[in-house]
Design a protein around this ligand. Structure first.
Ligand code: WTA
Length: 639
């Protein structure tokens, strides 16, 4: 254990872990008491595996806990320091946010929104995004935020699946200096969805848009609405939000989170992990369209009355020093970002960060993918100047909040570059083999969660069966995370990436099945398989293999462009394959399953390994020769 990474912040609460180990239910019971409830619960946990109900009988409201409780003491404290991509800025105090949320909640009510209705939010990173979410939670509507980089067909699937009666969007959003026409995407997505009653349009970029009969302008709506809106007293397990995420099947899954349990998990992890103090300036770079933004841009910081920076644009716009510039400008003390962003910053050398004043930083975090020890060390040395602990936080959309992480707000633990260290108190995690038995130290296995935890998903929206199958069928008594991990001799966990057919590209979850079905939607393509291969910056990049139909006569470059277009309009630009290899057969097992591992080995130029179960040995050499050929042609810059 290296002493050089033994950075503590002076917190050494030994009791918390002990209590959690003694009785995890009564431990979480105590944690939940730190929130404001309208009525206490009668039972801490009702566990009918695999369905958990936390704090049963309790009544609570998320927006009340994020805003109302701070009005006596922190009304004038900045909640959000917003930085636009073009350099403009806005400060919203806790009072400003409270009023705007109530106004917008009343606007939603005036459109007939009721408790339990679903609302899709398709907005860029502007303050109106958290305002919309908090307004929904205030009146008991379930929000479903869709990342504004998703295409109209992805958006349509999500609106349709959740049967949202309102969609909230903007005329446009800024991305790398240009305007993304979000309203047009929404119009296309809902053209056949008659159940969408209204589209609320925020004028962000003032680009020309067409207003249709169901459209309402944000400003018109709030100008008529009152500043007071009583928060609904909601059942602890009332659905707070649905967030769609990729899985191993073609259709994205609607992860459904409740209220009381989820907020308890966030309240606890936010203070333990970030050691949050009233004077801190917190900056999480995640887009709110992903779970990290829901939990640690919106709910976590606001529950604690923290001040945070929210940035609208791309991290490398207008250049790769933008994050350092923001840290210097706002005197950021806690910075939470992704390994992909760090790898990109590191590539540009030390001079850029060294030319900014980063001395206010006191704690650094990462999330979303494994962090390589070299990058961890660079982050520690160059950004943290060897004085900031680094918290590598492992969790998932489904877990709601952090599950494995160092917790400098609670205790000092010697850090090891690349390890997320230990599970948080009150959470029980193991690394197991195929049969579900714990593996020996330093042996690779599957990461499972043995007991329910408060932030866990309630179920998958409208699909309890799928929820059981995806997470609770591989092992009879525990939650299957889909990740590989190792526990070392000191009990430290090392996360090794996905064990299933899910890719992690620049930290974004992309399902292989979703991608393949988008590729085969091209009329010339009979079959397709995709895999992820290591990428220096993005962690993984997408490589696609496609089999053309006999009838296809198009030339390869045209076909490649058209397929890329299909993927971009079917899912979104984040799912664009880096390369597409055209082959006449895909390597499959005798039972017909595509051998993705083999494709991955071929595409990353590794040894192929055991091919004895392949359906047709010829296919391997064929793919191999196609690959060799392609490599040659790449050199000739044909692709
Ligand atoms: C991966 C993001 C290694 C993991 C919060 C998980 C990580 C998936 C880490 C969930 C980490 C997340 N180290 N891998 N610290 N954090 N992952 O749902 O594969 O977008 O299963 O949630 O990200 O991705 P999701």
């Amino acid at each position: 254990m290296a002493d050089e990474y033994n950075i503590g912040l002076g917190n050494d609460d030994l009791e918390t872990r002990k209590k959690a180990e003694f009785d995890f239910t009564s431990f979480w019971n105590d944690q939940a008491k730190q929130l404001s409830w309208f009525r206490p619960w009668t039972s801490t946990l009702d566990w009918k595996q695999p369905f958990a109900q936390w704090f049963v009988g309790g009544l609570i409201n998320a927006s009340y806990n994020a805003l109302d409780i701070h009005q006596q003491t922190k009304a004038t404290k900045p909640a959000i320091l917003w930085e636009g991509e073009n350099g403009e800025s806005k400060v919203l105090t806790y009072k400003d946010l409270w009023i705007q949320v109530q106004k917008f909640a009343n606007a939603l009510k005036s459109l007939g929104v009721q408790k339990g209705d679903r609302i899709t939010i398709y907005l860029p990173m502007v303050p109106e995004l958290p305002i919309s979410m908090l307004a929904c939670s205030r009146i008991g509507a379930t929000h479903t935020v869709v990342f504004s980089g998703f295409s109209s067909s992805s958006l349509k699937d999500r609106i349709d699946d959740s049967k949202s009666k309102i969609v909230i969007t903007a005329d446009g959003g800024y991305r790398r200096g240009s305007v993304v026409k979000l309203k047009e995407v929404v119009d296309d997505a809902i053209k056949d969805l008659d159940f969408v009653q209204n589209v609320i349009v925020l004028e962000r970029t003032k680009n020309k848009i067409q207003l249709n009969s169901r459209d309402k302008l944000w400003n018109d709506l709030i100008s008529e609405s009152s500043e007071e809106c009583e928060p609904e007293k909601l059942d602890s397990n009332h659905p707070l939000y649905i967030l769609y995420t990729s899985g191993t099947t073609g259709k994205p899954k609607g992860v459904l989170h409740g209220t009381g349990g989820y907020l308890t998990h966030l309240h606890s992890t936010y203070k333990w992990a970030f050691d949050i103090k009233d004077s801190d300036i917190f900056f999480c770079t995640a887009d709110i369209g992903w779970v990290t933004g829901h939990s640690y841009v919106v709910y976590g910081p606001l529950l604690h009355g923290a001040t945070e920076v929210m940035y609208e644009g791309a991290p490398d716009f207008p250049d790769v020093s933008r994050m350092w510039d923001i840290i210097q400008k706002y005197k950021v003390t806690i910075f939470y970002t992704t390994p992909t962003a760090l790898r990109m910053f590191m590539k540009y050398g030390d001079d850029l960060p060294n030319s900014f004043d980063l001395s206010t930083l006191r704690l650094l975090g990462t999330v979303g993918e494994p962090i390589n020890p070299e990058v961890w060390k660079w982050y520690f040395k160059i950004i943290g100047k060897e004085k900031c602990p680094i918290i590598d936080t492992w969790w998932q959309t489904e877990t709601g909040g952090m599950m494995i992480s160092p917790l400098p707000g609670l205790e000092t633990i010697p850090l090891k570059p690349g390890s997320a260290t230990r599970p948080i108190p009150g959470v029980s995690i193991s690394v197991v083999d195929e049969k579900g038995n714990d593996v020996a130290a330093n042996t690779k296995g599957y990461l499972v969660i043995r007991k329910p935890w408060p932030g866990m998903l309630l179920t998958l929206w409208n699909d309890d069966e799928k929820y059981k199958n995806v997470y609770w069928s591989k092992y009879p008594n525990c939650y299957y995370s889909g990740d590989y991990a190792i526990k070392d001799e000191d009990g430290y966990l090392w996360l090794l990436g996905r064990a299933d057919d899910v890719l992690k590209v620049a930290g974004h979850r992309i399902g292989t099945a979703e991608l393949e079905s988008s590729i085969v939607s091209h009329e010339d393509i009979a079959e397709s398989a995709v895999c992820g291969v290591p990428d220096e910056i993005k962690g993984e990049k997408i490589i696609a293999f496609a089999v053309r139909k006999e009838s296809s006569t198009k030339d390869i470059p045209t076909l490649r462009d058209e397929i890329i277009q299909k993927v971009r309009s079917g899912i979104g630009p984040i799912a664009t394959p880096e390369q597409i290899y055209f082959v006449s057969k895909l390597p499959k097992t005798r039972s017909g399953k595509i051998m993705r591992r083999l494709l991955k080995a071929i595409a990353s130029n590794e040894k192929i390994g055991d091919i004895s179960t392949l359906e047709d040995g010829a296919a391997v050499s064929e793919v191999q020769s196609a690959f060799e050929e392609l490599k040659k042609s790449i050199k000739k810059k044909q692709f």
